[in-house]
Design a protein around this ligand. Structure first.
Ligand SMILES: [Zn+2]
Length: 179
């Protein structure tokens, strides 16, 4: 359960406190929407397509299956729908310095011992996996500061992951589930 993010980095958005568009608090960027098909749930690369030609031979076949499997209301005939993710393509050239600046500001709002723990792992390639055990010391350190705002902690973690990718490559793509 819960909203995840995936792509060049992965993890879970903090339940109840971190919005799906939290990346916009780290860099100035707009998300892209993604479309997918009813029934097979394949991603629609091209929104001009009326049916999924990977799974079906024709629009009629896709429509019939969608209705048989109750993926569509009876009077509905649009097989393409908005997917439940928003996509960010963060670019080193455009966003790296801004990310650094915003991370420095968040750093001032977090306990220095938590930042120390982040610094110990920031070059570890496992950092791209938000579920990795390498975060356990960071989390247990943060747990000592129950009165602090955990939103900044989760935002900082997201930023550390993005920074790791942008240190290696020119773009960092992140898909964030919206529900
Ligand atoms: Zn399909």
């Amino acid at each position: 359960m819960g909203r995840e993010y995936f792509g060049d980095i992965g993890g879970k958005l903090a339940f109840g406190i971190q919005n799906s568009d939290d990346i916009e608090n780290l860099v100035t960027i707009n998300f892209q929407e993604q479309f997918c098909f009813h029934c097979c749930e394949c991603i629609a690369e091209n929104t001009d397509k009326t049916y999924c030609d990977d799974c079906f031979d024709s629009y009629e076949e896709h429509l019939e299956t969608a209705k048989d499997e109750s993926c569509l209301e009876n009077d509905d005939n649009i097989l393409i729908k908005l997917d439940n993710v928003i996509i960010y393509k963060i670019e080193k050239e455009k966003h790296f310095n801004e990310l650094k600046k915003n991370m420095d500001e968040i750093m001032d709002l977090l306990p220095p011992s938590v930042i120390d723990e982040f610094n110990k792992i920031k070059s570890n390639e496992e950092i791209i996996d938000g579920y990795s055990n390498i975060f356990s010391n960071v989390c247990s350190e943060m747990d000592k500061y129950i009165e602090k705002d955990f939103l900044y902690f989760h935002r900082y973690k997201l930023g550390v992951q993005i920074q790791y990718i942008l240190n290696k490559q020119d773009t960092c793509m992140v898909c964030c589930e919206v529900y």
